[in-house]
Design a protein around this ligand. Structure first.
Ligand code: AKG
Length: 279
């Protein structure tokens, strides 16, 4: 049990992250931060300005599953969270970086009983960045049981690249297939139980988080709780050595081409530096 995000990056936690590709942390964020994030997430649902992917339903509808990206420029609570909650210390320590840039945030919002899954996937191949120190912190603001939680495949950050699947239909169809290199492997049916693909899932309470590497396979069965929403926000960070890459097939989230100067270190106003070691 670890309390306080800034202190959570102990040697054991860092070792577990690098061995398994992800680590669940308990009570990393105080209730006041969870309240602030919840209000921010509800503001994101209410306004829908920016990059939204509506997988089920749409703006103003009762039954929805959507993902909204890069909300921090207009959601004050998200900005304050990045700078003041200790999350950047945590991500910097865990990724063993000397400095950290914010990539973006991503809200994942499911109403009660909305079971559409998030397909098993690795994040970095969808994104305009590459590197060993790309790290995400997934923070549910609702209690979530092990049957609905975001799980991961132990050690998958060392398994190479898998072909990308579409989030629109829970992963039944391919996404960006033209851009997948020959080396990208088809994704096996992980839920059916595949030797070598050990799924890890732990029930989570508000305040807990899952920290995971940019190449870790992760996915969610959807919200199986009939009486509660499943609302979460992920903050994505770029540690040492993260560079822009050009993906002609497109990226999700998408950025104007001029932002993606292939080979350059991530930075600039869109991706501000938020932490450096020892500061
Ligand atoms: O919350 C979810 O369903 C998906 C989260 C996810 O894939 C992520 O944060 O990268």
């Amino acid at each position: 049990m670890t309390s306080g995000a800034a202190e959570a990056g102990t040697d054991d936690v860092v070792d577990a992250y690098w061995r398994d590709g992800a680590v669940y942390l308990r009570e990393a964020f105080e209730p006041c931060w969870i309240e602030a994030l919840t209000a921010g997430i509800e503001a994101v649902r209410a306004t829908s300005a920016g990059e939204y992917h509506w997988y089920v339903g749409g703006p103003g509808q009762e039954r929805v599953f959507f993902n909204a990206t890069r909300m921090w420029p207009r959601i004050d609570a998200f900005r304050r969270f990045v700078h003041e909650s200790g999350i950047a210390d945590l991500a910097g320590q865990i990724s063993r970086s000397t400095k950290l840039n914010l990539l973006w945030d991503g809200v994942f919002y499911r109403t009660e009983g909305l079971e559409q899954p998030t397909p098993w996937h690795q994040d970095a191949p969808y994104w305009p960045v590459e590197g060993e120190s790309i790290v995400s912190v997934w923070i549910p603001v609702d209690a979530v049981s092990a049957e609905s939680v975001l799980g991961f495949v132990r050690g998958s950050h060392r398994m190479g690249r898998f072909q990308r699947r579409s989030f629109r239909d829970g992963g039944r169809t391919a996404h960006f297939v033209a851009g997948d290199s020959d080396a990208a492997r088809p994704l096996p049916d992980i839920d059916a139980g595949v030797p070598g693909f050990e799924v890890v899932r732990a029930a989570m309470r508000p305040g807990d988080c899952l920290v995971f590497h940019g190449l870790t396979l992760h996915g969610s069965p959807g919200n199986r709780a009939r009486a509660s929403k499943l609302r979460a926000v992920s903050f994505r960070f770029a540690g040492d050595g993260t560079t822009f890459v050009h993906r002609p097939e497109g990226t999700s989230p998408s950025f104007p081409a001029e932002v993606q100067r292939a080979g350059e270190a991530v930075g600039g106003a869109l991706f501000p530096q938020v932490w450096c070691a020892g500061a």
